[in-house]
Design a protein around this ligand. Structure first.
Ligand code: C2E
Ligand code: MG
Ligand code: MG
Ligand code: MG
Length: 289
């Protein structure tokens, strides 16, 4: 009896494990080809000033389109596979390089805003990360202040004592640092003051419930107050409604990001938004206008 049940559950377990493993192997194999075929690209999602709505930056987000223009897998799914099999290291290096190249183009057109790049735990812990960052910055004319690295709480907490020293070395390159998905990890407040980060990004999960759930509202207000007292910029991600935006603005959140202000878009579309904003500013700055 026990044996049969045990065998049955064992079979069931291995079947689903095998399914998952084979999907992951397929994604891995396809991703290796995708890299060689240059099927990866970056989309850009605006971050806006909570008060006046101006674009104050963008986040670069990885996308995978095949030759027919079909999206291959959700980013979260293929990034997770890339992280597990180590492919995130070369992919992450490409992302860093491509984001800096594009940011430099906008910068030279006098419409540069900081461009944020997501850095995965494995990439951050890789021995070559700092050297690679320096190489990328040396090889372009981009002002390092226009590059921002988004690290999650989990990434910085996993590294132990060496992390603070690494973050300080990264900061000395002149780039901006932000803590992504803030509030979902276990970053203690006492740690936060030691991290040389410029910004905190409040996770979408808080933003979603900020008006409907009093506990979420209280936590969100506490994060904003704490960030401001530590002189860090607070950004809210995943803002979808006018009501969420109004709540966050009133609570003192300085920057907003989400579908309400713009979904991630290709570089051409984001460049157009930057150009329009640049022209509007130029027009209103002219005397007599
Ligand atoms: P993330 O860094 O927290 O990025 C925010 C995600 O929320 C993005 O999903 C974005 O498209 C989505 N989003 C933005 N505004 C809204 C909104 O108003 N509502 C909703 N429901 N979603 C919104 P995406 O592009 O699918 O990326 C998912 C995750 O994949 C990212 O989370 C990040 O952790 C990772 N990722 C994306 N690009 C890269 C990359 O270049 N390198 C690494 N290591 N990870 C990346
Ligand atoms: Mg991010
Ligand atoms: Mg985020
Ligand atoms: Mg998130």
């Amino acid at each position: 009896e026990v044996k049969v049940a045990g065998r049955r559950s064992y079979r069931f377990f291995t079947a689903s494990m095998n399914e998952r493993a084979s999907l992951r192997r397929r994604i891995e194999a396809e991703l290796r080809l995708a890299i060689a075929r240059e099927e990866l690209s970056l989309y850009y999602q605006p971050k806006v000033d909570a008060i006046d709505g101006h674009i104050v930056g963008a986040e670069a987000l990885l996308r995978w389109f095949d030759a027919e223009g079909n999206e291959r897998y959700p980013t979260e799914q293929f990034v997770a596979v890339a992280e597990d099999v180590g492919l995130i290291v070369p992919v992450g290096a490409w992302v860093l390089h491509e984001a800096c190249r594009q940011a430099d183009v906008w910068h030279r057109q006098h419409m540069g805003v900081p461009i944020a790049v997501n850095v995965s735990p494995l990439q951050f812990q890789h021995a070559n990360f700092l050297a690679e960052l320096r190489t990328v910055l040396d090889n372009c004319t981009l002002d390092p202040a226009l590059l921002e690295l988004e690290l999650t709480e989990r990434t910085v907490m996993a590294g132990g004592d060496a992390t603070i020293a690494l973050l300080q070395r990264i900061k000395r390159c002149g780039v901006r640092l932000s803590l992504d998905d803030f509030g979902t990890g276990y970053c203690s407040l006492s740690y936060l003051k030691h991290f040389p980060v410029d910004a905190l990004k409040i996770d979408r999960a808080f933003v979603r419930d900020v008006e409907s759930d009093p506990d979420t509202a209280a936590i969100t207000q506490a994060i904003i107050a704490m960030a401001r007292s530590l002189a860090k910029t607070v950004v809210a991600e995943g803002v979808e409604t006018e009501a969420q935006a109004a709540y966050l603005r009133n609570a003192g959140c300085e920057q907003l990001q989400g579908f309400l202000f713009g979904a991630p878009m290709d570089a051409t579309a984001f460049g157009k938004l930057l150009a329009e904003q640049h022209l509007r500013r130029w027009a209103t700055d002219r005397p007599g206008s």
